[in-house]
Design a protein around this ligand. Structure first.
Ligand SMILES: Cc1ncc(COP(=O)(O)O)c(C=O)c1O
Length: 411
């Protein structure tokens, strides 16, 4: 038996609140009864909150939401209405923003390695800014030089980030001027620089190092008589609290703001946040579909797992706060497993739970980023159905309700 304090529980909100982080147990049960299981409940109000928190922490920086962590129309539409910009990496993402009526001027294409068809599809939509990090990629733009402009992605290795994205992409800072010179010879315009310090960054020091290096490169390009660099893209990476606390976003961004003041005034600064906006905006609801006692411990088999919404545990190295919607009784060290026949499909092999029954619900929080997006239908277990809440801003809904109430009162 484990101490009672070991149990994680969902925050309980006042009745009728409709916010994914504070949905009551009864509300979650109603959603599961209505829409089935497994579910991913996406809360657009939380998307708004996260977007505005990062805007406030990085004033003057245009935020391009990176679609990859949660490429869902409701998130794109919500951010469209809040005035956000978008970061695309594939033709599928181009199609998604196009379907939501986003103007192409609000989008950039940041995949450093592209097929010609990816470039053509983005250009046909009207995107003109692309990211490259090597000579072969620059050569791909010779035929599009009248329509496309480039950002050079620079690598800043970040062994402390949970996902070090500079391992796979980016050129060394020392190679940047040579690439700009080469692009100039080919008639391709380089507009600026970009970097990504790695996803779920543990502290802001890598951003500072990268901003300082890019500030120097902007000055060196000018001295070398190269075309002026007027864009700096500081990427994504902003962290969120899963099972461990992280620095509050304003504190995290304070030294980044200070470093950005050293850039020449003509440089437009943009960022590509994904996780920070998407992760807190969804919960995953699954159902116990079977149970068995093995080696003295209860194993609970859910209808969602590592091949589904919990795929981020493998691909994204994330550990989500998970709790069962069953209160009371002793807590026992238990195993939560996914539904597939693969033995790797285990969400948690040591979690404190009361004894669960078939049909009980299990809820994972902070599950908006790199979860449903990387889910599969292995074994023909369907990916979680997405349920969207708060598509209208909460205040707007209040206005609509008030107007309705007034109309009713007026007869
Ligand atoms: C090019 C690029 N931009 C933005 C992001 C989003 O990063 P994050 O979710 O850490 O904010 C990623 C993540 O892989 C990326 O590869």
């Amino acid at each position: 038996m484990l101490p009672r304090a070991a149990k994680q529980s969902l925050a309980v909100s006042p009745a009728h609140s409709f916010d994914s982080t504070t949905l009551t147990e009864a509300e979650i049960r109603r959603l599961a009864a209505r829409f089935g299981s497994p579910l991913l409940v996406v809360d657009c109000e939380q998307v708004r909150r996260q977007y505005h928190a990062l805007r406030a922490a990085l004033p003057g920086v245009d935020l391009h939401y990176a679609l990859k962590p949660l490429p869902h129309a409701s998130v794109v539409a919500t951010l469209r209405d809040e005035g956000a910009f978008f970061d695309l990496a594939t033709t599928g993402e181009v199609e998604l923003v196009k379907a939501q009526g986003i103007a192409p001027e609000r989008c950039i294409h940041t995949h450093p390695i592209k097929r010609d068809s990816d470039i053509r599809d983005a250009l046909r939509f009207g995107v003109t800014t692309f990211v490259v990090d090597n000579p072969d990629e620059i050569r791909k733009f010779v035929r599009y030089r009248k329509r496309a402009e480039l950002l050079i992605r620079v690598c800043f290795r970040s062994p402390t980030a949970v996902c070090d994205l500079s391992k796979k992409f980016g050129c060394e800072p020392g190679a940047v001027l040579g690439l700009i010179e080469m692009a100039r010879r080919l008639g391709v315009r380089v507009r600026g620089l970009s970097f990504h310090v790695g996803s779920q960054a543990t502290d802001p020091s890598k951003y500072i190092e990268a901003i300082q290096a890019c500030t120097n490169l902007v000055a060196e390009a000018l001295l070398a008589g190269l075309p002026s660099l007027d864009v700096l893209d500081i990427g994504g990476g902003f962290p969120v609290p899963y099972t461990d606390a992280v620095m509050p976003i304003d504190e995290f961004c304070a030294p980044i703001r200070a470093a950005l003041t050293k850039l020449p005034k003509h440089v437009r600064v943009i960022a590509e946040p994904g996780r920070f906006i998407a992760a807190p905006a969804a919960i995953a609801v699954s159902t116990v579909m079977g149970k068995a006692k093995r080696d003295g411990r209860w194993w609970y088999y859910l209808d969602d797992g590592l091949y589904g919404s919990y795929s981020g545990q493998l691909f994204d190295h994330a550990k989500y706060p998970v709790a069962a919607l069953r209160d009371g009784g002793e807590l026992f060290e238990s195993v939560l497993a996914g539904p597939t026949c693969d033995s790797i499909d285990v969400i948690d092999d040591s979690i404190a739970l009361p004894e669960l029954e078939v049909g009980d619900l299990v809820v994972g929080r902070m599950m908006g980023a790199y979860t449903w997006a990387s889910a599969t239908d292995f074994n023909f277990f369907k990916r979680a159905k997405v349920v969207v809440m708060n598509e209208q801003p909460v205040d707007a809904k209040r206005v609509v309700r008030l107007q309705r109430a007034k109309r009713v009162a007026a007869g």
